[in-house]
Design a protein around this ligand. Structure first.
Ligand code: CP
Length: 317
């Protein structure tokens, strides 16, 4: 694997999880693989988990790591071709990308949807330019439409906790005061298509996701009905996708908050969220602090997912 931008690139998900479990049990077996290799992690947006877990994964593989926050000390980058650069952005991405490619062996990029232009977001304009112009393997640390390292960690976590051959996994929209990208729910839905789980998506009308990510999932507009008998509840907010509402907050309906009454509808489900999470908007204090909350082991598995992917990229060099 040279580039990693979608969970689908892992191929057989059972085999990928098996490899991940080996990495988890033997984190320092491949220290020589990354020797004298440098990872550049580039952040156009903030991060806690992705930044730390990917850095830890690279260090476990013996790599050197450089981290650059684009808005924290670097020149502001122009991303549009053809603009007269007489504003506050002194460097163009088209020079910056190949220059950064000169300094490293692998590049990780975080670049969220901007909600300015749906075609640019869903065309993964920034990530694709890195793949095209850096000359180096590129992996997504959450791009406009997907967050595959998160999804891989989510699936590893479900595999570790599931008690049934075919668990029921429910991804539920929950309220949030700001417009959040669809990358995590898109990617999670994409990952669920690789499993044989029963997968249900629930959200208010107007929050339909891109059908190419939804695939064959059941969409249920009644959250209570969706949660009945669930084994895993995966909560996430996202902004509207469809039409002129793209990128908008249409509802702040707190009756969608995952609380103890909602969890009581499930089959003693585990609660999951990619974090960061806004308490008492997305999930009640009680639920996230309950023994059924597995958000911390889920976050811990971010090291495992990143290390498994980085290992494959290093093996391809
Ligand atoms: N879940 C996740 O990607 O967290 P960060 O935004 O903190 O990296």
């Amino acid at each position: 694997m040279r580039h990693f931008t979608s969970i689908l690139q892992l191929g057989d998900i059972r085999e990928a999880v098996r490899k991940a479990m080996y990495v988890k049990a033997h984190p320092f077996d491949d220290q020589s693989l990354g020797r004298n290799k440098t990872l550049l992690m580039l952040f156009f947006n903030s991060s806690l988990r992705t930044r730390l877990s990917t850095q830890k994964a690279a260090m476990n593989l013996g790599m050197n790591v450089m981290v650059l926050g684009v808005n924290q000390g670097a020149w502001k980058l122009e991303t549009e071709r053809g603009v007269v650069m007489d504003g506050d952005k002194p460097e163009h991405l088209l020079e910056a990308i190949p220059v950064m490619g000169c300094y490293c062996d692998v590049i990780g990029v975080r670049s969220f949807a901007r909600f300015e232009n749906k075609e640019d977001d869903y065309g993964e304009k920034i990530l694709e330019q890195f793949i095209r112009y850096s000359g180096k393997p590129v992996f997504s640390m959450e791009a406009a439409t997907r967050h595959p390292l998160q999804t891989f960690a989510d699936i590893i976590t479900i595999e570790e906790y599931r008690k049934k051959d075919r668990p029921k996994v429910v991804m539920t929209w929950a309220p949030h005061p700001k417009a959040l990208p669809q990358a995590v729910p898109n990617s999670f839905a994409e990952g669920m298509q690789m499993t044989d789980y029963e997968f249900v998506i629930t959200h208010p009308h107007g929050y339909e996701l891109d059908p190419s990510f939804v695939g064959t999932a059941r969409v249920e507009y009644d959250q209570d009905k969706a949660l009945e008998g669930a084994d895993f509840v995966y909560a996430k907010n996202w902004a509207a996708y469809e039409g002129e509402n793209y990128g908008k907050v249409l509802s702040m309906d707190r009756s969608w908050t995952v609380d103890s009454r909602k969890m009581a509808l499930t089959d003693n489900a585990y609660f999951m969220h990619c974090l960061p999470v806004r308490r008492n908007m997305i999930v009640s204090d009680e639920v996230i602090e309950s023994p059924q909350s597995i958000v911390i082991p889920e976050a811990a598995n971010r090291v495992v997912s990143a290390q498994t992917v980085l290992k494959e990229i290093l093996e391809s060099l």
